[in-house]
Write a protein that binds this ligand. Structure first.
Ligand code: MF3
Ligand code: CO
Ligand code: CO
Length: 305
């Protein structure tokens, strides 16, 4: 991948509520509570739905020949039409309304003039701010036919995210999430990125709550009802070592082998977990656009073994 041209900032209508960093680029460093109020949770269902609907809309537009800037425009318009501010816009100076991470780009790829080509994989990461809270979700899409290892990478990463979500319940410890993700990804020969992790989310985009996607027994924080955070594993075909482009955002694998990612925002309920980033019709992007023959079971076991 090479950097392309980045288009000018897209406007957001003045009637749309903006997060604290929208003008300055710097989020305030207020301490965030780990447990959300009932009103915040209700609002996060709205923000999650708006982000997920926008992700479905941009995912449907993925095809050979479209530029990632055009995908950004589609995502931007979907969010503002729903009354939301695209959370990434000017977040710490980030210039676009979503992240588009193609092939060896691990995360935070900036939409630009590059056209997708058949065989690419692209993660689109959409975050919406509405009613004072954020919803954050992403999926990796296949552009036409892709090689078998890329398809396996994407299916495995999706299953790994699912396995991480499935261990979330009150009383569970945070390290169980990474352990479940590893159990899916590592036996298939993939590596897991450590430098970028899931995060608490609510009235702030990123709170201090840390959700590693690898097994870290020191992170034994107990999950409580009302906690909201993301699970967003980045899984690589080759080594987990990464590098950053000079743009200060685009994170790539050092060996230039491919990387995939899926993300949901989740809520710890009184008896389990609720995915907050589901679209209006309840069918998430990763389910709509999956190739059925490529689904990997989220158990860590090979279906055939
Ligand atoms: N949506 C990303 C996440 O999952 C964060 C993007 S921040 C940006 O946490 F500044 F790069 F847009
Ligand atoms: Co996130
Ligand atoms: Co995200």
């Amino acid at each position: 991948m090479l950097p392309g041209l980045v288009s000018p900032l897209r406007p957001v209508a003045p009637g749309i509520r903006r997060p604290d960093y929208a003008a300055t680029g710097e989020p305030s460093d207020r301490a965030a509570r780990a447990v959300r109020t009932a009103d915040e949770i209700e609002a996060m269902r709205v923000a999650g739905r708006v982000a997920a609907d926008a992700l479905v809309t941009v995912g449907a537009a993925v095809r050979p020949g479209i530029t990632t800037d055009e995908l950004d425009e589609i995502g931007h318009e979907a969010m503002v039409a729903a009354g939301a501010y695209p959370s990434t816009l000017n977040y710490r100076g980030y210039p676009k309304s979503l992240c588009s991470s193609v092939n060896e780009v691990i995360c935070h790829g900036i939409p630009d003039s590059r056209r997708l080509v058949e065989g690419d994989i692209v993660n689109l990461d959409v975050t919406a701010y509405i009613e004072g809270v954020h919803g954050d979700t992403s999926a990796t899409f296949l552009v036409g036919e892709v090689d078998d290892r890329s398809a396996e990478l994407v299916a495995t990463t999706r299953a790994a995210m699912r396995a991480g979500i499935d261990v979330v319940r009150p009383g569970a410890r945070i390290f169980e999430i990474g352990r479940a993700i590893e159990a899916v990804a590592l036996p298939r020969g993939f590596s897991i990125v450590r430098e970028f992790i899931g995060h608490g989310i609510g009235d702030q985009f990123h709170t201090s709550l840390q959700i590693p996607h690898y097994y870290d027994p020191r992170n034994d924080t107990v999950l409580l009802p009302g906690m909201t955070f993301t699970i967003e594993p980045m899984v690589n075909v080759g080594a987990r070592t990464l590098e950053m482009w000079d743009d200060g955002w685009t994170v790539v694998t050092r060996d230039l082998q491919r990387s995939a990612q899926f993300e949901h925002t989740v809520l710890v309920t009184t008896d389990g977990v609720e995915i907050l980033t589901l679209p209006t019709d309840g069918v998430p992007a990763e389910e709509r656009f999956a190739r059925p023959e490529l689904v990997v079971e989220p158990t860590g076991q090979d279906p055939g073994s």
